[in-house]
Design a protein around this ligand. Structure first.
Ligand SMILES: NC(=O)c1ccc[n+]([C@@H]2O[C@H](COP(=O)([O-])OP(=O)(O)OC[C@H]3O[C@@H](n4cnc5c(N)ncnc54)[C@H](O)[C@@H]3O)[C@@H](O)[C@H]2O)c1
Length: 354
């Protein structure tokens, strides 16, 4: 039998534990069906532990995750009792940065025509991937406040772009497009951010010459947002910077049914990577059995594909599509089912029992 792949599950805060529980049940079902050698290990990390013990991400835990695990599956981080989100910064941003997970992949895929707010658009029009650079830009935490809380206050956040950082995500985009429809759109604000996004522009043009079989285009981010709504069918792979990707991918999620269906992967190909839905901890619906577990389930499917369990991953995605088509959904998708019931139904579909 092949080596057991250990998967760390960090359920986190708010709806995180509910959607993580539903997703792992589905993944267990598909693992059993396909005889996959996986072992889920649960980690108690998040706001509760931080408030109780003052601990966010202990160094030995970080080292174990880095050295012993094949992947990390994370529910959500964020708790109103921790207003500065210190724990989330250490755990989520910490893992992204310290594991150097430079690819944030967020698919935009329409599972059913009733889910899009766009008129006359179908699954054929809405099928693209947003790649967000995940380790640089305004998210590196360089900056500060001078003369804080005075009328003379100055606030600065530095935007970082490195040639190495831009080149590797742009290259990833071209490689990914070769497995799809061979079109890459790079989106930036190089008309204003001449230094950092000017570098993006130059690197993109240079890397594009190595991929003559791929159509490369450039759009300013404001135009890209408009085009995503007007002509989403023009897109196959969009690659962009950290903050622009953060915003464009939420727009993308809303075009295909909202955050309850939006999966995401934080990857460094070949290394332990982190899989989490796009949504946050949704504190207002936490503990009410109302959260849509599909984003987390699809995120788990993406993780299985990353681990090489491609057939099992496709089976999970098919099951989610089927549940959506049969309207076994939570209220955010117009259904009347709870988190547990939707998770159980997808699990039954995966096992072939529904
Ligand atoms: N990656 C992450 O862990 C992450 C991402 C975004 C926000 N956050 C954190 O989450 C907390 C709440 O942030 P927010 O309200 O801006 O974003 P959110 O994603 O938690 O919620 C936004 C809206 O979407 C709804 N929603 C989200 N996920 C849903 C699901 N699975 N099913 C049904 N409805 C869902 C919520 O009820 C809310 O109306 C904050 O502390 C924030 O910092 C964490």
């Amino acid at each position: 039998m092949s080596e057991v792949r250990k998967i760390a599950v960090i359920p986190g805060d708010g709806i995180g534990p509910e959607v993580a529980d539903a997703a792992v049940r589905v993944l267990d079902a598909v693992a059993e069906k396909h005889g996959l050698p996986v072992d889920f290990v649960w980690f108690d990390l998040g706001a509760e532990k931080y408030l109780r013990e003052g601990v966010t991400m202990p160094q030995p835990v970080f080292e174990a995750l880095r050295d012993e695990y094949a992947a990390i599956l994370l529910g959500a981080m964020g708790d109103p009792r921790v207003p500065d989100n210190k724990h989330a910064e250490d755990i989520l941003l910490g893992l992204r940065m310290r594991l150097d997970l430079y690819v944030n992949e967020r698919p935009v895929q329409l599972f059913h025509p009733r889910l899009t707010p766009l008129k006359d658009k179908t699954a054929a029009h809405l099928d693209f991937v947003i790649l967000r650079e995940n380790t640089e830009d305004l998210y590196v935490g360089i900056g500060g406040n001078f003369k804080r809380d005075t009328p003379d206050e100055v606030a600065i956040n530095e935007m970082i772009a490195t040639r190495k950082g831009v080149e590797r995500i742009v290259r990833y985009a071209f490689e990914l497009s070769r497995t799809r429809r061979r079109r890459v759109c790079m989106s930036d604000k190089s008309n204003v951010l001449r230094a950092s996004h000017g570098l993006w522009r130059r690197v993109f043009q240079q890397v594009a010459t190595e991929y003559p079989d791929v159509a490369a285009e450039h759009l300013y981010a404001d135009v890209c947002a408009m085009e995503m709504v007007k002509r989403p069918e023009r897109f196959d792979v969009i690659v962009t910077s950290n903050m622009l990707g953060d915003i464009l991918s939420d727009l993308g999620a809303e075009l295909v049914g909202g955050l309850g269906l939006a999966a995401s992967a934080n990857m460094h190909p070949g290394r332990v990577s982190l899989f989490e839905p796009v949504h946050g901890s949704a504190p207002t619906i936490a503990g009410k059995d109302q959260a849509n577990p599909m984003a987390m389930i699809l995120t788990g499917a993406r993780m299985f594909a990353y681990l090489g369990f491609v057939e099992a991953a496709a089976g999970v995605e098919r099951a989610v599509r089927e549940a959506v088509a049969r309207e076994v959904c939570t209220p955010d998708l117009g259904g009347s089912h709870g988190t547990k019931a939707v998770g159980a139904f997808v699990g039954e579909l995966v096992s072939g029992d529904a």
